[in-house]
Write a protein that binds this ligand. Structure first.
Ligand code: FAD
Length: 466
């Protein structure tokens, strides 16, 4: 059998700007690609919503790869045995992959690399997911960054590698049949909200830059609007690379200097993703350990029924319930509402941030190994550059500020749709007559608030201060 190159795809489900794939295609030898749904010890298993996304994304990628002459393989199990096996069956002499940055994944990849090299296989890894490698950016003292703003200032001055332009192509093949079946039953409806794959990601970016970016600084905080890019699941699975986004925005700003402010704001959000990866790489397992260790001494409340009410969008706090239902139905939630739902859980309900992080991990299509734990730690106050512990969002005033006419709440919590704007974020304060007229019976058609916001705020402050 002729020798081949094997590309191990993980969080890089695209053809364009894919360094590992581009390197493999440069060689004349046949190219095989593989995705392994990994079950190895020490690696974080994908959540249900992410699996649903992956299922669709692999279907698209399979035919895109076949058009380039690359055969995609799919398997489930331990990559530490499956990859060497596939190296044997495809007669691969070279194995290429793009890096991952979680401590478990890195240790795993490095052991695999050593083993394959010992067998005489050429192994190369590349940067396919970040603007800059975590070890290529450091403070003046040479230490990792712990605060976002200096990190962002340093990142802006760094030379970012341009996305890879032309990619070689081999003779097209027929796409192989893939035995996938990995979408959990509950996630079927959720995927109706999304179109998946590299082409879709590129179109979404173009539409966003053409139509929405100009108002991004203002609209990004308005949950009822489509005011953000919704690129997060595409970025999570690498259907588009951050470098492709970075350079598209930079070119737009060069062509239209009036877009500098909006473009800069958008790039700074992309930089939060980089910052999360910086933390993921440099800190100890951020999905399990509070970055500020003293937070691990907190006596979190164990309250299963409150946790369930929060998960199901039945807390009786309208904007929180709207967000949790948007999450359950679509696999995505607006950033501002992610902060509010996280704050209610960790502060007002004093439930451990890890429980919220796990729920998001299972239900978000963009569940990201860096962004999810880093953002949860930010909300809980225990992160590297977190909101201080005494910053406790008031979901009523936040709702009134960012959803003044209650349109977002009414969309996801139809039980409240006939309440006047004035009460839609605080139905428990409306007069009996107002509630009757809106067909609202608290405790029957919609829950009473799960906590008293003022009292629970004080409890959180006392506990956290201690
Ligand atoms: P845009 O505003 O269009 O931003 C563009 C891109 O920049 C995003 O796709 C994302 O990659 C990055 N970005 C934007 N805001 C942030 C941020 N605050 N932190 C890190 N990166 C950011 N984001 C995830 O991608 N995956 C997660 O699992 C995730 N979990 C979160 C959990 C909590 C509790 C909170 C508060 C935030 C979480 N975020 C997560 C960050 C943020 O909410 C999402 O990235 C954003 O809402 C995605 O929508 P968008 O693509 O339209 O964002």
């Amino acid at each position: 059998m002729a020798s081949s190159t094997l590309v191990w795809l993980r969080n890089d489900l695209r053809i364009g700007d894919n360094p590992a794939l581009a390197a493999a295609l440069k060689n004349d030898a046949p190219v095989h690609a593989v995705y392994v749904l990994e079950q190895d010890k020490g690696l974080r298993a994908l959540g249900g919503a992410a699996k649903a996304w992956l299922h669709e994304s692999l279907k698209v990628l399979n035919s895109d790869l076949a058009g380039r002459g690359v055969r995609l393989h799919y398997c489930e199990g331990e990559s530490k045995t499956l990859i060497p096996e596939l190296v044997g069956t495809t007669a691969a002499e070279r194995v290429y992959w793009n890096r991952r940055y979680d401590p478990g994944g890195r240790a795993h990849d490095s052991a695999l690399k050593t083993g394959l090299r010992a067998d005489g296989i050429e192994v190369e890894s590349f940067n396919g997911s970040l603007l800059i490698e975590p070890w290529d950016i450091a403070t003046k003292q040479g230490t990792p960054y712990g605060v976002f703003t200096p990190f962002w200032n340093a990142l802006r001055d760094k030379p970012i590698a341009e996305p890879i332009g032309r990619i070689e192509k081999h003779e097209p093949i027929d796409p192989p049949a893939l035995e996938l079946g990995i979408t959990p039953g509950w996630a079927d409806g959720m995927m109706a909200h999304w179109s998946v794959g590299e082409n879709r990601a590129k179109h979404m970016l173009t539409d966003f830059l053409d139509d929405l970016l100009v108002n991004y600084p203002r609209d990004r905080d308005v949950p009822r609007k489509h005011g953000t890019s919704q690129m997060s699941p595409h970025l999570r699975f690498g259907e588009i690379s951050p470098r492709q986004i970075w350079f598209a925005v930079r070119h737009l700003i060069d062509a239209k200097p009036a877009m500098a402010e909006a473009g800069g704001k958008f790039l700074s959000e992309l930089a939060w993703r980089e910052f999360s990866y910086h933390l993921l790489y440099h800190r100890e397992n951020i999905a399990n350990h509070s970055m500020q260790e003293r937070f691990d001494a907190i006596d979190w409340r164990s309250d299963t029924s409150a946790l369930h009410a929060w998960q199901k969008g039945q807390t009786g706090i309208p904007i929180v319930d709207a967000g949790m239902r948007q999450l359950w139905q679509t696999g995505w939630m607006h950033n501002r509402v992610r902060m509010l739902t996280g704050s209610l859980l960790t502060k007002n309900l004093l439930i451990d941030w890890r429980k919220g992080e796990r729920w998001f991990w299972d239900t978000l299509v963009d569940a990201d190994p860096a962004n999810n734990p880093a953002s949860w730690q930010w909300v809980a106050g225990c992160g590297a550059d977190a909101a201080p512990y005494f910053r406790i969002f008031n979901p009523v005033t936040q709702g009134e500020k960012f959803d003044p006419d209650g349109e977002y709440v009414r969309r996801w919590v139809p039980e409240l749709k006939d309440l006047p704007d004035k009460w839609v974020h605080k139905p428990w304060m409306a007069d009996a007559g107002v509630k009757d007229k809106a067909g609202l019976k608290l405790g029957a058609t919609y829950p009473e608030p799960i906590v008293d916001l003022k009292a629970s705020r004080s409890r959180a402050l006392d506990t956290l201060k201690r």
